[in-house]
Design a binder for this molecule. Structure first.
Ligand code: SAH
Length: 187
């Protein structure tokens, strides 16, 4: 329902992230394969995570799981400065060459995002777009004061969306509805 999220979603043409043969699926509210056993998240899921992040223009955001790059484009449309990390070499290379052609230029990183990006921390917001078995402490430690982590946490089949807010020494945790993401790999 967040007007700024809906406006960003309205601006990024999702069909550009699809194979020609699959174009008819681009504007359905469904996740879809992007190769390498990975998926472009369902638009509802992208919107839900973007809304829970409370993105403000100028926010420094770390996205874990670049995938197709679609979510990174939404965050850029919302005025964030985006650092995105991908564990699959082929998807990393595809996104790194394709997004700038659309006019979107996040900072691209290749590697295990479960460890965050210690060299670039702290981040105002951290978004995990793969299902995690636990909340990695390395990620909460890379949040700025007042920062927000949005991460799906659970088993392989189902994860609960969790929001962590860093307030001084404490981490405030909120649980939301269930989702089904591909697994977060790495450490
Ligand atoms: N945000 C993506 C959806 C990604 S699907 C989009 O908008 O299309 C999840 C992605 O997370 C996959 O591309 C997968 O390769 C990647 N991934 C899984 N574990 C990872 C890890 N430890 N570090 C970085 N990326 C990871």
């Amino acid at each position: 329902s967040d007007a700024r999220v809906l406006s960003a979603i309205g601006k990024v043409a999702r069909h550009l992230f699809f194979d020609n043969a699959l174009l008819e699926h681009a504007y359905q509210d469904k996740a879809f394969p992007i190769g390498e056993g990975q998926t472009i998240s369902q638009p509802y899921t992208v919107a839900f995570q973007s809304e829970k992040l409370e993105i403000k223009a100028g926010d420094k955001v770390l996205e874990i799981g670049t995938g197709s790059g679609y979510q990174a484009c939404i965050l850029l449309e919302m005025g964030a400065k985006v650092y995105t990390i991908e564990y699959n070499r082929k998807l990393f290379e595809t996104a790194r060459s394709f997004l700038p052609q659309l006019g979107y230029s996040p900072y691209f990183f290749y590697g295990d995002g479960s460890k965050g990006l210690p060299g670039k921390a702290p981040f105002d917001k951290i978004l995990v777009t793969a299902g995690a078995p636990v909340i990695p402490a390395t990620l909460t430690s890379q949040l700025a004061e007042g920062g927000i982590l949005v991460i799906p946490v659970g088993d392989r089949d189902r994860q609960k969306m969790v929001r962590i807010r860093k307030k001084g020494m404490s981490l405030l945790k909120e649980d939301f509805e269930n989702f089904a993401f591909v697994p977060l790999l790495g450490e």
